[in-house]
Write a protein that binds this ligand. Structure first.
Ligand code: FE
Ligand code: ZN
Length: 164
């Protein structure tokens, strides 16, 4: 899609984050399975449920704003998910693996926060305040998920740190 105006760019970025949410939905179950600490498993499981809601909001916005969803493969999210898989694969210690999963998950959250912050602003500029509100709700949930992971990291990083 050629983006010669802000609305087209907005649609393009919506399609892209839609693809990112789909990729996250597929990746999170593997991260949950690989995690050891129950607190981390629960946090990721809760965020998986939120991710379904995020995708549904995007479906709604895309259908209302342009009448269709045509997912545009999100390369940025694909790379972050690959990093997460590598970290799970490379860790030979459970606590270190948990710390790595948190690191990978927080990179994903920050990517989403950047994307939704931009999309909310685009929606406001384009005069679709109801959609801006939905995008802001998702942004807040991504921030919340990130903050929970920061909390868990407090303990997880200590556990992973075993001075020789
Ligand atoms: Fe999300
Ligand atoms: Zn997220």
């Amino acid at each position: 899609m050629k983006s010669d105006n802000l609305q087209k760019l907005y649609f393009d970025q919506l399609d892209q984050i839609h693809s990112a949410e789909t990729q996250i939905r597929e990746a999170l179950p593997k991260m949950i399975e690989a995690a050891t600490e129950m607190e981390l498993k629960v946090a990721l499981q809760n965020h998986l449920e939120e991710t379904h809601v995020h995708a549904a909001r995007l479906d709604q916005i895309l259908l209302e704003a342009k009448g269709m969803v045509d997912p545009k493969h999100c390369k940025g999210m694909a790379a972050l998910i690959t990093e997460g898989k590598d970290v799970i694969h490379d860790a030979t210690d459970e606590s270190v693996r948990d710390a790595g999963i948190i690191a990978a998950a927080q990179k994903i959250e920050h990517y989403e926060m950047a994307a939704y912050g931009t999309l909310r602003t685009f929606a406001e500029i384009l005069g679709t305040s109801q959609h801006a509100g939905l995008l802001d709700q998702t942004l807040e949930e991504e921030k919340h998920a990130d903050a929970i992971l920061t909390n868990i990291a407090d303990t997880a990083n200590d556990k992973a740190h075993k001075p020789a």
